[in-house]
Ligand binder design. Structure first.
Ligand code: ARG
Length: 467
């Protein structure tokens, strides 16, 4: 071995400086990939043996050595060293120490460049599956609740002004749709993750007669990457993952913002359970929605990590460049953030109590059924623009008298439009208004109940597929 004990030290005469080692090392964070790294090495070695490149005994030594190393790592007995730079060289050096020459042959037909790309793909594939299961759990909570709140009337907002009455169940199903698409994005991204770079070596492929299909199969990949230059340098599977994650966190942030608003005394639409709130160290009366605020705040990380990855890649020529070592921490951070946020959201949902009376009172304020009145006139052959004008005047009249629309007398209504009859009072009620929107995607209790049932069925089918 060369003087400084590096796996690549042959052509070097001076040892690395401590500063260089500290700057260059990634083992402090990429050791997270030890399982994937070992699985990749076992698959590669098995293929080398089948191809006659390794002897059977050599493969067995490698397989046994790697299994022992795995145990040592998991029981905390493995001695990670920055002088071996990254997870790959730490494990390879330890293997060689354990089994001698067979360990030195493991890297035949392989480079850390295809190795690290493989490790990250194996890692993300597994994490995406966990994240998808986490999204399904949150969706289940949301959909269950939506079914129970299909008849709960609340104000629907545009511009944060009460616009038209909607049902709380309908609002929750809007959240479910966002997460449904997030789930789809992760599933879709998984297909492009699940391609095996092994065999592409440093950048140009290898002269050894490898069986790339076999290695890919061993590792559960759908296929092998089609171009070696691309395979070792492509990080768009990570950018795609980070983009799907950032989008999901933006959705969570918007939902969390609504929880913050609704739980504030000014709205008083919901009560969050004590478990997911904190008190103030100075104001004894306070119950703060810190968990919802953190969910909102953590979207910043996910967005930042996406931007970090995009920026990391934008100037890189083919093929592998060391810049790519910087891809790991943003991806790891996004994965950990997502898993935590999904678990918290699912746990927090059942503890949310809807204050149905307060929601209804708020929905009744602000002339929220004015559009229903305009539509009523249209059904009586008044052109929509004229109907809009008439209702605008009626609202002004009610405002002047300090009453709600349904508190105007029939005489007053007819003073503005002769086409208004006694039946107008039915549709000015909140329940009449929401019940009339009984179409696919509409807010009527019947439509929401049906949509919630269908969503629950879809989720059940999805869970059955995954199992
Ligand atoms: N630690 C490196 C990374 O994360 C592994 C690949 C290093 N390859 C190289 N040619 N220096 O990207």
């Amino acid at each position: 071995m060369n003087e400084q004990n590096k796996l690549w030290g042959g052509r070097f005469s001076a040892a690395s400086s401590d500063l260089m080692e500290r700057f260059s090392q990634s083992v402090s964070f990429d050791r997270k990939l030890y399982r994937q790294d070992i699985a990749g090495s076992v698959a590669h070695a098995r293929m080398l043996e089948k191809q006659g490149i390794l002897a059977a005994a050599e493969f067995q030594q490698i397989e046994r050595g790697l299994a022992e190393l795995r145990d040592e790592i998991e029981s905390g007995r493995f001695d990670w060293s920055v002088s071996h730079e990254d997870v790959h060289m730490n494990i390879e050096a330890a293997l060689t120490k354990k089994v001698g020459d067979a360990g030195k042959k493991l890297h035949t037909g392989r480079s850390r460049n295809d190795q690290v790309a493989t490790d990250m793909r194996l890692y993300l594939r597994e994490e995406v599956d966990g994240i998808c299961a986490g999204i399904t759990r949150v969706q289940n909570e949301i959909v269950k609740r939506a079914g129970r709140e299909s008849g709960t009337v609340m104000p629907g907002f545009t511009h944060m002004q009460a616009a038209q009455p909607v049902t709380f169940g309908h609002h929750l199903l809007a959240w479910n749709e966002m997460l449904e698409r997030d789930h789809e994005r992760f599933r879709d991204c998984r297909r492009r993750i699940n391609v095996c770079p092994l065999g592409c070596a440093a950048l140009a492929g290898t002269g050894f007669p490898l069986d790339r299909e076999m290695t890919a199969r061993e590792l559960g990949f759908e296929g092998v990457s089609a171009n070696s230059l691309d395979a070792v340098s492509d990080r768009d599977f990570m950018m795609e993952f980070a983009a799907a994650a950032a989008m999901m966190m933006v959705h969570f942030s918007r939902m969390a913002e609504e929880l913050v608003l609704w739980s504030s005394p000014a709205f008083d639409f919901i009560e969050l359970s004590d478990e997911f709130c904190t008190g103030s160290s100075i104001m004894p009366q306070k119950k703060n929605p810190d968990v919802a605020e953190l969910l909102r705040g953590k979207s910043g990380r996910a967005i930042g990590n996406l931007v970090a990855l995009l920026t990391l890649m934008k100037g890189q020529p083919l093929a592998y460049n060391r810049d790519n070592q910087e891809d790991k921490e943003p991806v790891f951070d996004t994965v950990e953030t997502l898993k935590l946020c999904l678990a918290v959201f699912a746990a927090m949902m059942p503890g949310i109590t809807a204050k149905r009376e307060n929601m209804r009172t708020a929905a009744a304020a602000g002339f929220s059924t004015a559009t229903d009145l305009a539509d009523y006139l249209v059904r009586r052959q008044v052109p929509f623009r004229d109907a809009h004008e008439i209702v605008g005047k009626l609202v002004a009249c009610a405002l002047e008298q300090g009453v709600a629309l349904h508190e105007l007398s029939l005489g007053q209504f007819r003073g503005f439009c002769r086409d208004i009859g006694e039946d107008v009072y039915d549709l000015l009620t909140l329940d009449g208004s929401v019940a009339s929107r009984n179409h696919v995607g509409g807010t009527a209790p019947d439509s929401v109940r049906q949509a919630a049932e269908e969503a629950a069925l879809r989720l059940r089918a999805r869970t059955a597929d995954a199992g």
